[in-house]
Design a protein around this ligand. Sequence first.
Ligand code: FAD
Length: 537
Amino acid sequence: MSSSSTVPTELDAVVVGAGFSGLYMLYRLRELGMSARVFEAGDDVGGTWYWNRYPGARCDVESMHYSFSFDPELEQEWEWTEKYPSQPEILAYIRHVAERHDLRRDVVLSTRVTAAHFDEGSRRWTVRTDRGHVVSARYCVLAVGCLSVPKAPEVPGLENFRGSWYHTSQWPEDDVDFSGQRVAVIGTGSSGIQAIPILAERAAELTVFQRTANFCLPTFNGPIDREMVSEIKATYPEVREAGRNSGFGIAIEAPTRSALEVSEDERLRTYEERWNRGNLTGVLQAYTDLLTDQAANDTAADFVRDRIRETVTDPATAEKLLPRGHAFGTKRPCLGTGYYETFNRDDVHLVDLRETPLVEITERGLRTSEREYEFDSIVLATGFDAMTGAFLAIDIRGRDGLTLREKWSQGPVGYLGLGVAGFPNLFTITGPGSPSVLSNMIVSIEQHVDWIAGLLSHLDANGLSTVEASEAAEKEWGEHVRECGEATLYPKTDSWYMGANVPGKPRVFMAYIGGVGVYREKCREVAGNGYEGFVLQ
Ligand code: FAD
């Protein structure tokens, strides 16, 4: 660990966050010969995969695709063990990358960046931390993560609870022993869906409090297929390139037909075959219009609902687990292992918070509008203040003292999700307005970092000192992001993509749905045209 005494007061760049984004940014900054430090609030590198240690935590992108591509030797050497990588395995991978490239010596752990202010005179950022560092840097790169600010439950009383409670994204380093306990889980998003089957095995009794039933598809996870690994390793550069140019960051055959132009029999056969692939994109990418046309979407949603009815033996419980009122895919779809089957256990109970809303957390447990439930432990799988939370948690001030909080008060704006007008030399990795959470995020992270590195090298080569998105380019890009969103069913759904899970947050569709490949091409064009839309001085 780098200590405060070793942090210089003048640097070329400060990077905030030591997940995949921050570590790769550091690697590229070093290649450019720049001095840099990464400040990380956590006690180790890894970001998401350091914090989210809950039982069952796993990536929904297959192992062979959820990894860096910048180090071809590592790509060949690293051996994943399962189809979908578990949190410990991804964390081991990130730690290995940090050590292999000697990144740790420039990472300052257990240190939160509290403020970053731009000084117009010196054209530099002054960055402050909660451990008293004050660093002047030419560039400030925010690699703070889209899902790194946990969201607390919306009901009061957590401080009164006499048992133990855990947020899935702040899980203790030493796993928790739930044996013999009555355990509650609040939340059935991705984290809840992954944790519930394992918690059910470990606890004496598990009660799941569900507000919105989610669509969950099976992973069919297991030991990785060695033949597939060999095939991918033999053609990794092509596999990666295809991913970079695809819609979501992993190449799959593009659909060509509407769900409504084929017979019901054919549709069902198609869905069945794709369901058995055990991935997120199979069913969702079966037809061209599943994310744009409600009637088409209903056909896939009905298919999933039928699978739930088949799996859950108690019809009343099955009914509660059926997702309704939002289109399939417009909330983050989930992958699970034995999720619905878990509700067939006698020691697992489901409380539908739409019928009996949660009122408060009490000394002994949880109170709904109907009754009080007693628990030894509560697991909060209540998600995140997604996509903007970590940026806005820092006091960021640009030109003329403009704060990012003011600038984003009606929802986030920025150019390409990379830079914000009024905030020169500040970069947002996987920022709002980029494909970010609608992609295999490592593909998006590498693209952002490479693009920023190219820009910094261009500035140096041309003796320029600042780069800033123009208001006009930012506005135009914002319109394009909004129009792309509105051509889909996403904005109709209350989801964290829309900021709808956080009371008072502006309701804006925050990610770019135009596609990873299209977005990449746009960034390439912008760079090719002398960083069109950015003001370089
Ligand atoms: P993060 O990994 O979030 O790292 C950001 C780091 O910044 C954190 O360590 C945080 O502590 C630090 N930080 C934030 N603010 C400050 C501050 N002010 N000062 C200092 N440090 C700060 N993506 C996929 O593509 N596929 C998946 O299947 C998938 N599954 C996921 C499952 C879970 C449970 C979660 C939470 C996320 C998942 N993601 C998935 C998204 C995942 O976050 C990204 O894939 C990737 O790990 C993001 O890396 P990052 O470095 O950009 O951000």
